[in-house]
Design a protein around this ligand. Structure first.
Ligand code: UD1
Length: 427
């Protein structure tokens, strides 16, 4: 299997483009199910998860075409058209590889009156149940049945009435499924304590561009007036705030500077605040964000939280950065129960991190050293790359398929900034 080899200790400096957001793309793609007309998405990142989702859409009989992109370009343009849907089943084989497949449940149900999706099962960062996805669809009028590892949602005769639901826990995915269903319901729906991540706003903006009627966009109280049909649209995927934050940490840990072209400060204020608290300069400049680190890093205390709080998807990367701070940082993970799998690997590189339940205490060290490391999830893998950039000697990161799920041409972007990094084949 391929691995990434990093020779640490190079100061990163330069400009890189921020790619389209993976997590936005994964909820914009299933919107193609909601209309017979073409949906064109621009700025889709080239990632294994996007290819996987394309495959899933093809499985439903949806045509997908990629236009006008050269191999050297970042991002792609994809046109999807669901003129006729030939299958309403998302099979185990595809869902197991990509949890985001659950996001077809709502739009398929809304368009076809039924949808069957394999249960995704557990995943490395925790249990990740889908009970809220099912409860909110029930509140909108669906009947839910479970059999043989599959969940089937069915609309009553005459279609889904719509309804009211208050989320007991903020869930990004369940809010997305609810929105993609409610837009085609017969009546009006109200969602309370909905997620308001920028990716949810991106989804709402696309649904409105397709003729959806949504009030309260950007807040946790959403009102959706169902419409009988939606039409096609052309839409640009938002920039990836997690990718941008990751490269900010990468530059900062090397004492370097980076211009993140396309990054939007309003999507990542909690990350920007955490970086500033750590002593990193972050400036909004025309066309993006400029990040520079000089001198010592300071320790930080924070907890992950739903937006606008500090994103759980940034926790591992910030932790890698804080390994080099002067003093002890305290990070608390409140969203997922098993999201510290990078800790033993970082410790193998010379970090001093202790975990107590959901809290990690990161004692800053002067030096880290390269090692062979592997990680079991996407953001954990990136934290090891970040640590490797600052470590003395060589770091080899195994299991690249995690990174390929979420970072478009990672080693190319880091090399553009002056990192000594390469992907090599072999086992
Ligand atoms: C999305 C993101 C993921 C990010 C997470 C939190 C995508 C493709 N993935 O995941 O990168 O880390 O948001 O920002 O966009 N929960 C339940 N029942 C449910 C659903 C969720 O109890 O039915 C719980 C989860 O276990 C977790 C919390 O709610 O503790 C938040 O999860 P959720 O926001 O749903 O995460 P995802 O949408 O899966």
């Amino acid at each position: 299997m391929d691995k990434i080899v990093i020779e640490g200790g190079k100061r990163l400096s330069g400009t890189i483009p921020v790619s389209g957001a993976k997590n936005a793309a994964l909820t914009l793609l299933p919107c193609a199910l909601l209309t017979e007309e073409p949906l064109t998405l621009r700025n889709l990142p080239r990632l294994a998860d996007i290819d996987g989702f394309q495959h899933l859409m093809n499985q439903f009989g949806i045509s997908t075409a990629i236009a006008g992109s050269r191999p050297e370009d970042f991002g792609r343009v994809m046109t999807l058209q669901a003129t006729r849907i030939t299958s309403t089943v998302a099979p185990y084989d595809l869902v197991r590889k990509m949890r985001a497949s659950i996001l077809v449940l709502g739009p398929m149900l809304a368009r076809m009156g039924e949808a069957t999706v394999s249960l995704p099962g557990g995943c490395a960062i925790g249990n990740r149940p889908i009970d809220l996805h099912l409860k909110v669809l029930e509140a909108l009028g669906a009947q839910i049945e479970m059999a043989a590892g599959y969940v089937k949602a069915v609309a009553p005769d005459g279609g889904l009435p719509g309804g009211r639901f208050s989320f007991p826990v903020v869930s990004v995915g369940a809010t997305e499924n609810a929105l993609m269903t409610a837009v085609l319901c017969n009546g009006t729906s109200h969602l309370h304590n909905a997620a308001r991540e920028p990716e949810i706003v991106d989804l709402c903006n696309l649904l409105v561009a397709m003729g959806g009627q949504i009030e309260g966009i950007g807040t946790s109280d959403l009102t959706i007036h169902g419409v009988p049909r939606l039409h096609g649209a052309t839409y640009m995927v938002m920039p990836d705030r997690i990718e941008a934050g990751s490269y900010a940490c990468a530059a900062a840990i090397t004492g370097g500077d980076v211009m993140l072209k396309g990054a939007r400060i309003e999507d990542m204020e909690a990350t920007v605040q955490a970086l500033r608290d750590a002593g990193v300069l972050v400036e909004e400049r025309p066309g993006g964000l400029y990040v520079a680190a000089e001198g010592k890093l300071r320790p930080v205390t924070l907890s992950t939280a739903p937006f606008p709080g500090f994103a759980t998807d940034m926790q591992a990367q910030l932790m890698a950065l804080l390994c080099k701070a002067e003093g002890s940082s305290v990070l608390t993970e409140t969203i997922f129960e098993n999201r510290y799998m990078h800790v033993p690997e970082l410790n193998r590189m010379g970090a001093r991190i202790e975990t107590k339940g959901r809290t990690a205490i990161v004692h800053g060290v002067d030096k880290m050293h390269g090692a062979e490391v592997m990680a079991t999830d996407l953001r954990a893998s990136m934290s090891l790359v970040i640590a490797g950039l600052a470590a003395e000697g060589e770091t080899r990161v195994h299991r690249l398929y995690h990174l390929d799920r979420g970072y478009e041409r990672l080693e190319e972007k880091l090399a553009l900034l002056g990192a000594q990094i390469e992907r090599i084949g072999g086992d």
